[in-house]
Design a protein around this ligand. Structure first.
Ligand code: PIR
Ligand code: CA
Length: 310
């Protein structure tokens, strides 16, 4: 059984790895890749998505450009982590495919409405702006989507502020729309992705494949390692975004439990926080879940196998 996904991303080093994992996994049908501002401007994240497509040989998949700014707030990017290009490190090839003519939000709506209910999983790995706009543009997508498996948030401490994770913080109103829409949402947050570390062991194993894609991965991780060391004091960089894709491929990668999640929109020190209520079993009807544990070896096994296929 393959699972159809739309990957909504802001490449971004870890978004690039999410693309490689999705394209290299027979369990995934990559329906479309859509882009959003975030790690860099929309021009750069879109250019980077097309560059990754060229490296990985992605073809027959529509790529569409999405939102250039948050719903309400001013734009904020993560240049310190991802560099001036948004994907610093490897040299980036020119695009080999053309962008879809549709806006990402239009594409998301049309692809979901054109397929049988329950067959599309949304995998956002960036600000939730496109997904929120799609739910508002065409509310009938909400009951048709199988689930939303997103990288973002954290129930135990942020990365961009003490309380908030970057993807949620940069467009908290969009996150509020997505978390409260009523479709099943699984939050793959820092609580687990901070354990998906590209250790030298992992990078060496993938580099040993000796292919252009494995070299691309190695070059991405070399930059990402230095950036994470300098900005956040990590010894090894956490590779957040492919964890959400891995969970769609193999749910055994994560432990997940239902929990109500509210997005803090007004806090003095906590804006953008994903407040998960883990005090007791979730009330019946709870549609949101949070990831609480990761099998990192299983995760890296999936990434290694996918890169080996490309
Ligand atoms: C990663 C990101 C942003 C800032 C930092 N410091 C690190 C991006 C990643 O692409 C991921 O989707 C999420 N945002 C992690 O916060
Ligand atoms: Ca991202």
């Amino acid at each position: 059984m393959t699972r159809g996904i739309i990957l909504d991303c802001d490449p971004g080093h870890d978004d690039a790895v999410a693309m490689l994992l999705a394209w290299g996994s027979p369990a995934i049908e990559l329906i479309a890749v859509t882009t959003v501002f975030g790690n860099q401007t929309i021009e750069k994240t879109t250019r980077n998505a097309l560059a990754v497509a060229a490296v990985a040989g992605i073809e027959g998949v529509p790529f569409a450009r999405g939102a250039e700014r948050p719903l309400v707030r001013e734009i904020e990017t993560a240049e310190a982590t991802h560099g001036e290009s948004g994907l610093d490190g490897p040299s980036l090839p020119p695009p080999a495919i053309e962008l879809d003519r549709r806006h990402a939000v239009q594409l998301i709506v049309e692809e979901i409405m054109a397929r049988p209910p329950g067959t599309v999983t949304l995998v956002p790995t960036a600000a939730l702006t496109n997904i929120a706009l799609a739910a508002r543009l065409e509310p009938r997508i909400v009951p048709r989507v199988r689930e939303v498996v997103l990288m973002g948030g954290a129930y135990a401490g942020g990365n961009w502020t003490a309380a908030a994770e970057f993807n949620i913080l940069i467009d908290p109103e969009a996150a509020h729309i997505v978390f409260s829409a009523g479709w099943p949402v699984t939050m793959v947050g820092l609580d687990v992705t901070h354990h998906a570390l590209a250790t030298p062991d992992v990078v060496d194993r993938i580099a040993a494949l000796g292919t252009p894609v494995s070299r691309f991965f190695e070059e991405l991780m070399t930059f990402f390692r230095a950036a994470y060391r300098n900005t956040q004091g990590f010894d090894h960089p956490p590779v957040h975004d492919p964890v959400a894709v891995a969970y769609v491929i193999d749910p055994a990668v994560l432990s997940v439990r239902p929990a109500p999640v509210s997005i803090e929109l007004t806090g003095t020190h906590t804006r953008g926080m994903t407040v998960a209520d883990l005090r007791a079993p979730a009330p019946p009807g709870t549609r949101t879940s949070v990831a609480t544990g990761i099998d990192a070896d299983r995760f890296w096994g999936l990434v290694t196998d996918a890169i080996a296929r490309l």
